[in-house]
Design a protein around this ligand. Sequence first.
Ligand SMILES: NC(=O)c1ccc[n+]([C@@H]2O[C@H](COP(=O)([O-])OP(=O)(O)OC[C@H]3O[C@@H](n4cnc5c(N)ncnc54)[C@H](O)[C@@H]3O)[C@@H](O)[C@H]2O)c1
Ligand SMILES: [Zn+2]
Length: 375
Amino acid sequence: MTAPLRSSDPTIVNVALGERSYDIVIGRGLLASLGGRAATLKPGAKAAIVCDEALARLHLPVAEAALAGAGMTSSTIIVRQGEGSKAFDTLERVCDALIAAKIERGDLVIALGGGVVGDLAGFAAAIVRRGLDYIQVPTSLLAQVDSSVGGKTAINSSRGKNLIGAFHQPILVVADTAILDTLPPRQFRAGYAEVAKHALLGDAAFFSWLETNARDVFAGTAAREHAVATSCRMKANIVARDERETGERALLNLGHTFGHALEAAAGFSDRLLHGEAIAIGMVLAVEFSAKRGLLAAADAERVSRHLAAVGLPTRVSEIPGDMPGVDGLMDLMAQDKKVKRGRLTFILVRGIGAAFVAPDVDPGEVRALLSEKLA
Ligand SMILES: NC(=O)c1ccc[n+]([C@@H]2O[C@H](COP(=O)([O-])OP(=O)(O)OC[C@H]3O[C@@H](n4cnc5c(N)ncnc54)[C@H](O)[C@@H]3O)[C@@H](O)[C@H]2O)c1
Ligand SMILES: [Zn+2]
């Protein structure tokens, strides 16, 4: 494992997708360089910044000043905070505002926010004028290590999450790790679950490194840049090999089949954030792997110990309020898009850092695990 870089050196991770390749630039204080970077990629363009109310208060002024400093005119579109903005009415408003601001094919959309703003603004950029260039400026840990990378954009349908969307890659991702200093701690922890997921699915040395350095990642020293960069590199490599999730990209769903069912059971509410659900889901996935004889029980234990050590929930019983029983959770999993002809697709592990796709899991075995864990 390489030593964390000095925080003064931005780290660049390339997402290699042929003519749609782009860089993820990671470092502390990078927001101030947004204008120069945007103007270099799109000389003469004007920009529309999409952000939510929290970001408008906290970080929009720096972004606007950065663009102005590079001679780029910008307008701003502010949406409400929260998952509710990933909806048709808000999408319509954002698209309309982009057209009103005369953002054309040569111009630029900038998504300044967490995964909600990234998914919404990215999707608007995909469809307005049949496709506008956009830059992701992810401001939550989840967005920096996960949602801003890979080009999946979407809003929700009343029938389910992320069902209406498009693959539309950004032209640049600017991940300023200092922006995370204002992120509420619970949101930071939830994003950390995806960092741990990247380690667990493909990088045992990174998992060990996290066990030693998680405190510094949370504190915001250079270790944070290292964790974000290593996570992005993992996701970027997987996306480069399988952009449209016909195979390997499914590994990124580790913990998500269980996790989505728990999120749905909790009503996609503040009771259980996505990353918290994924933490519990990952523990179930490693316990399932151990039960199948794929993974040493001590390694499964190591995973849940690390997640608990950073303050993430690891047990269904830690979710506040009533949760459905085994039958209810099985029904929710059956509705997940990872079900094919009655068999469940799970991501299981053969060791820390060695996940694989198990496309044909017997629901009976899953039921047995849940019965044991919920008892
Ligand atoms: N496209 C993908 O590949 C992908 C992958 C994973 C998740 N997602 C999507 O991402 C969304 C979740 O993203 P999220 O967890 O970032 O949620 P979010 O965008 O709602 O952000 C969480 C909260 O933190 C606030 N916030 C964000 N950055 C902040 C900062 N720097 N300082 C203070 N407050 C800040 C936001 O206002 C919000 O209230 C979900 O809709 C999910 O479907 C997409
Ligand atoms: Zn996730």
